[in-house]
Design a protein around this ligand. Structure first.
Ligand code: HEM
Length: 199
């Protein structure tokens, strides 16, 4: 072990110098003094447990214990999706993303037949033609299982606006030109002009 390794590294396996700021050499010296004539079990184990409890939580150990939330999306080839074309294995592609709709077939407001008609295929066009609502586009996330491999993606003209539904909703909720503000501003300007010209 590195001579500069800090206290606690032997406890939690972390060699972060920011977290463990007492050199191990110092620990060993103290251990040598205190540990003389004492076996490694019993008192030593309890002392180690006390030290471990006293340590601030270790950032590295914590981050390693934490589940990864931003996992890489699973990549599919079009041929793989094409094979998933039954009621039991119902998968399709919409705008380069892959959806498993097996559990959604019977819940789809447009009926299961229409979805069964496109499983295994790229259903982007069919999907867009319907003019699905923002809520429907939000719901899709629940069934997304991955995306196409990079080399099989189609070039999207521009990022589909519904790819980020919350952004869209936000954009529609404010702004100077939102539906009720524009007529109000125009009204005020007209009143001021009228007063100025004819008042
Ligand atoms: C995971 C993918 C999908 C989801 C989450 C979804 C969800 C929905 C929802 C919530 C509606 C109700 C209307 C609305 O809110 O827009 C709907 C209607 C409909 N969907 Fe889908 N849909 C999906 C894929 C598709 C696909 C691929 C097609 C076509 C092949 C399709 C065809 C239809 C049709 C025909 C309607 C009925 C429209 C109407 O009655 O006016 N859907 N869908």
């Amino acid at each position: 072990m590195n001579a500069e390794l800090k206290i606690g590294a032997d406890i939690c396996g972390c060699d972060s110098s920011r977290h463990h700021d007492t050199p191990v050499s110092a620990l060993s010296a103290r251990r040598g003094a205190r540990g003389a004539g004492r076996g490694r079990s019993g008192a030593v184990t309890r002392a180690r447990a006390r030290r471990r409890a006293a340590l601030p939580s270790c950032p590295r150990a914590e981050s390693e214990a934490r589940p990864r939330t931003m996992a890489e999306p699973k990549r599919f080839k079009r041929a793989e999706v094409a094979a998933k074309n039954s009621k039991e294995d119902a998968v399709f592609i919409i705008h380069n993303r892959v959806y498993d709709v097996k559990s959604f077939l019977d819940e789809h407001p447009g009926g299961h037949e229409v979805l069964q008609g496109v499983v295994g295929t790229d259903a982007s066009e069919d999907f867009d033609d319907i003019g699905h609502s923002l809520d429907a586009k939000d719901l899709m996330k629940k069934y997304e299982i991955g995306e196409l491999v990079e080399e099989e993606k189609t070039a999207e003209k521009k990022r589909p606006i519904w790819n980020n539904v919350s952004e869209v909703k936000e954009a529609h909720s404010g702004g100077v030109l939102s539906s009720w503000k524009l007529p109000l501003v125009l009204g005020i300007v007209a009143t001021v002009l009228y007063t100025y010209l004819f008042g």
